[in-house]
Design a protein around this ligand. Structure first.
Ligand code: GDD
Ligand code: MN
Length: 366
């Protein structure tokens, strides 16, 4: 039995431009939970619409509302993780702030985990009895189902909706799993389930997936990419970290850019090899910088002219160090009698690792 005034459940609301949705949602949460001790943790990624200010205004009226405003960091999964670590409540729930997830399910979900029936209670859009108001577009339901199927295959998690953004579990369990979460994708639930050593008991609650109350979905554009990155991370992430894989892929594309620019300068513009090679190196490095900034480091992207210029200069310097390491290692190995292309490959590998290590620290690090 819990005493009145005891904090039992934290509801984490990751937000990105949900200003108008907050007040009515918190009212619905309060109505649903009655005298259960709860708090709402708004984890806002510095929304342009002033969601954090609105959350603070609500928090001044109600001590059960708290705000974490993050500046310079982004992402639904990492916002949820932030919430896990910032609450003293025994249980945590994550839900969308846009009213697509009905707070009326919270008491049942809480009761089931509290009673030990399940480690995780999941509100499912695809369980028997679930329904959906309207998918944003017809593609979305198919994509969602396909992603679910792939996720089930790769992680062995048998669930109708491993991508659900609405779930509840003990906060100790959530925190115990945090060190293993990639935090990259927004598939936080899937990550939690796939990261546990022992199979977690899940109970699903059919959800009526309502229409968003106001504003628009933020996940559509990044959805496929983040999801695939997340899947990659689970399967190969321990062998070759996702970021390094992306960095390497971008680097390989950079080689194509290099060759294209070089051949253009040599054959179309009749430049000499040294000039062509120099410009090709510069083009490839710049291409790599912008693509890495856009893709590999999309969660900590450098923005604005000055930051971009500084980053670009830093990346050029980084590549100079990597290039030096590359040549040194390759030459050494070749002198030891290693066949030239293996020596070159080893050089490229060492150079890339250097580039990666240095740029993640000095260009995109903080
Ligand atoms: N802090 C933070 N940072 N919050 C974010 C971010 C972010 O980068 N991106 C989205 N959110 C918040 C939104 O403001 C919203 O409260 C919630 O996370 C879900 O985002 P939506 O933009 O509403 O997602 P959706 O409705 O398209 O996607 C639904 O389906 C996904 C699975 O296909 C949601 O239910 C997701 O939770 C679910 O994973
Ligand atoms: Mn939504």
């Amino acid at each position: 039995m819990t005493r009145a005034g005891q904090l039992e459940l934290a509801i984490i609301l990751p937000t990105l431009n949900e200003r108008g949705n907050l007040a009515p949602l918190i009212e619905r949460v309060a109505a649903a939970l009655g005298d259960t001790g709860w708090e709402v943790l708004v984890v806002d990624d510095n929304s342009a619409d002033g969601t954090a200010d609105e959350a603070r205004a609500l928090a001044r009226q109600d001590l059960r509302v708290r705000v974490i405003q993050r500046i310079g960091r982004k992402g639904l999964a990492s916002a949820a993780i932030e919430g896990f670590c910032a609450t003293a409540a025994t249980y945590v729930a994550v839900m969308d702030a846009d009213h697509q997830h009905d707070p009326a399910l919270l008491p049942q979900m809480l009761a089931s985990v509290r009673a030990g029936e399940a480690d995780v209670a999941v509100a499912s859009r695809f369980a028997d009895g679930a329904s959906t108001a309207s998918w944003d577009n017809p593609e979305r339901e198919r994509l969602s189902q396909a992603a679910n199927a792939l996720a089930r295959k790769l992680t062995g998690v048998e669930l109708s909706d491993p991508m659900s953004g609405y779930f509840l579990l003990s906060s100790d369990l959530a925190r115990a799993l945090v060190p293993r979460l990639s935090g990259i994708g927004f598939k936080i639930l899937l990550d939690l389930l796939a990261s546990s050593d022992r199979p977690l008991q899940v109970r699903e609650f059919p959800l009526y997936f309502a229409a968003r109350r106001e504003g628009e979905s933020k996940l559509d554009r990044a959805i496929a990419f983040d999801f695939l990155a997340g899947m990659y991370d689970k399967v190969f992430g321990k062998v070759i970290p996702t970021r390094f894989a992306l960095f390497g892929t971008v680097g390989a594309l950079g080689v194509l850019v290099h060759m294209a620019v070089l051949s253009l300068l040599l054959f179309a513009f009749g430049k000499g090899f040294a000039v062509g090679q120099a410009l090709a190196v510069l083009s490839a490095i710049s291409f790599n910088f912008f693509l890495n900034n856009w893709l590999t480091y999309r969660d900590q992207r450098l923005k604005g002219g000055a930051a971009l210029f500084k980053g670009w200069v830093g990346f050029c310097l980084t590549c100079a160090v990597g290039g030096f390491a590359n040549v040194a290692v390759a030459t050494l190995l070749q002198m030891q009698g290693l066949v030239w292309f293996l020596a070159a490959l080893a050089g490229i590998l060492v150079g890339s690792v250097w580039n990666y290590a240095l740029s993640s620290r000095f260009v995109w690090g903080r």
